[in-house]
Write a protein that binds this ligand. Structure first.
Ligand SMILES: NC(=O)c1ccc[n+]([C@@H]2O[C@H](COP(=O)([O-])OP(=O)(O)OC[C@H]3O[C@@H](n4cnc5c(N)ncnc54)[C@H](OP(=O)(O)O)[C@@H]3O)[C@@H](O)[C@H]2O)c1
Length: 303
């Protein structure tokens, strides 16, 4: 059975509701990431596409991520949509790399040239601004730069990765085709803005959909928000045999405007779990509502 798909807003792209976040294959030089060698990257990336996942998100400053996508998936380019991000930069700093942002035409052009080269492709489906403030976006004419890249054929759709307080303004502008927004049961603040973005016709990419996986089970960097899961007594809502991470993923998939959620993993067994969870689909509507009610009582609410 194929993975469920959704239309990514006005882009019209039909994407799998479970996408892949390729930040986990960045390697250990960026933001305290895990080592990821060539073999691991080849295995997980090909498992992603073999599973039928058709949407991959990365960024120009995700360490080795774009390089690995090019090396191991360029020959399968027609099987997935590709989104990357710009405005960032990687700078050698001895035992790690720093990732400062530069919001100007020169850096955005450097980003896209570098991304296309590394990923061995002529164009990306979506280029997202990597979390600029509204002021940075206005002062530097970033939308015009994206528009010109679209005219030149390097990108097909304009995207913006953003959060409050900037997100609402960006949605109002009506110029971005796609937004990348954090959302899960443990991080609900953008729940209503997601609906507003989708109602305005934008595609919605949700990140943080498994809140980095249940601590102790996930092997990557743990998130600090999992205490809310217990406080809200969400364990009582799990189906027999269902993991907490699977419940969280189904909660995210239950948002009516979750077009895709980009979950990352280095482990094929976790990928398999995420795929079978996505096949089971969203929570029953009464369970979704009950989970939200319980989360409200512990202060985890939509803004
Ligand atoms: N500002 C931005 O634009 C921004 C910021 C952050 C992230 N992103 C994008 O969003 C994507 C998602 O990032 P995220 O921060 O939300 O983290 P995430 O990719 O959702 O979480 C990754 C963590 O979840 C664990 N995990 C995945 N499936 C699991 C399962 N079934 N059971 C247990 N653990 C599981 C992984 O560990 P294992 O390897 O052990 O499975 C890993 O430690 C990134 O890859 C990136 O593309 C964008």
């Amino acid at each position: 059975m194929p993975l469920p798909k959704r239309v990514l807003g006005r882009t019209g792209l039909e994407v799998t509701q479970l996408g892949f976040g390729a930040m986990e294959i960045r390697g250990d030089r960026i933001w305290g990431g895990r080592p990821c060698d060539d073999n691991q990257a080849r295995t997980i990336l090909n498992a992603v596409v073999d599973a039928g996942i058709s949407f991959i998100d990365t960024a120009n400053d995700y360490g080795k991520s774009e390089l690995y996508i090019g090396r191991h998936l360029a020959h399968r380019r027609s099987q997935y949509y590709l989104a990357t991000k710009c405005g960032c930069h990687m700078v050698y700093a001895g035992d790690h790399d720093e990732t400062p942002h530069f919001w100007n035409r020169e850096n955005l052009h450097r980003n896209i040239a570098d991304s296309l080269l590394k990923m061995q492709t002529d164009s990306v489906d979506i280029l997202q601004l990597h979390n600029p403030s509204v002021e940075q976006c206005e002062e530097n004419g970033l939308v015009d730069i994206l528009e010109s890249l679209k005219k030149q054929g390097a990108i097909h759709w304009l995207g913006c990765s953003s959060t409050s307080p900037h997100l609402a303004t960006y949605i109002n502008w009506g110029v971005f085709d796609v937004f990348q927004i954090p959302y899960s049961a443990l991080e609900r603040r953008h729940e209503n803005l997601i609906t507003i973005a989708a109602d305005a016709g934008a595609g919605v990419i949700l990140r943080g959909g498994v809140a980095k996986g249940e601590p102790g089970v996930a092997q990557g960097r743990p998130a600090d928000r999992w205490d809310r899961f217990e406080k809200a007594k969400l364990d009582e809502l799990l189906e027999p045999g269902e993991s907490r991470t699977a419940f969280l993923l189904r909660f995210t998939l239950s948002h009516p405007h979750c077009h895709t959620t980009i979950v990352g993993t280095l482990l094929p067994e976790h990928l398999n779990e995420n795929v079978s969870t996505a096949m089971r689909g969203p929570l029953a509507s009464d369970v979704y509502e009950e989970a939200k009610r319980r989360l409200d009582t512990v202060g985890e609410s939509a803004e």
